[in-house]
Design a protein around this ligand. Structure first.
Ligand code: HEC
Length: 139
């Protein structure tokens, strides 16, 4: 009697956790959209395609060890990465594989700050950040 109840409980709890994560990610995206509209009144929305270009592009402005986001996060967002500087493992960045991705604004801002500097040699703009999350949310 207890087992079926536990199953039903899990069937309700797991999607609920994923939905709560989605809501937190949507809040972060809405925040970046607000910032994007301030810098560019013509802004109409984020683009997964631009996010993918940002992810795969080879840049020259940053640290020579990390010319691309893929240097640590690999070519495939669904696979685990490895920090090119420290060798430490990194969980996959695709939201379908790691549902808690991009759900904590402080963490998201800290890593964009660090990683965009390392790869591109400058801060990422609010549009670039929203595009990147939009791409990963669809992966
Ligand atoms: C030097 C290795 C390295 C490179 C290159 C790198 N990252 Fe990361 N990234 C990390 C690490 C380490 C973390 C933190 C651990 C984790 O989230 O699993 C992380 C996490 C993130 C997060 C936070 C994810 C979350 O769930 O909140 C974002 C956003 C991010 N990276 C964006 C980028 C972008 C954009 C690029 C390319 C411009 C990039 N990263 C390139 C190492 C890297």
């Amino acid at each position: 009697m207890i087992r079926p109840l536990l199953m039903v409980g899990l069937m309700i709890a797991l999607p609920a956790a994923a939905m709560a994560a989605d809501a937190r990610r949507d809040t972060i995206l809405a925040d970046y959209a607000g910032q994007a509209r301030k810098v560019d009144p013509a802004f109409t929305g984020f683009s997964a395609q631009r996010g993918e270009s940002l992810f795969r592009a080879k840049w020259t402005g940053g640290d020579a060890r990390t010319p691309s986001c893929t240097a640590c996060h690999t070519d495939n967002p669904k696979t685990a990465g490895q920090n090119a500087k420290t060798g430490r493992p990194i969980e996959p960045v695709a939201v379908s594989v790691t549902p808690k991705r991009f759900t904590d604004m402080a963490e998201v801002e800290k890593q964009f700050g660090r990683d965009c500097k390392s790869v591109i040699g400058r801060e990422c703009s609010p549009i670039e950040k929203g595009d990147y999350i939009t791409f990963m949310a669809g992966q």
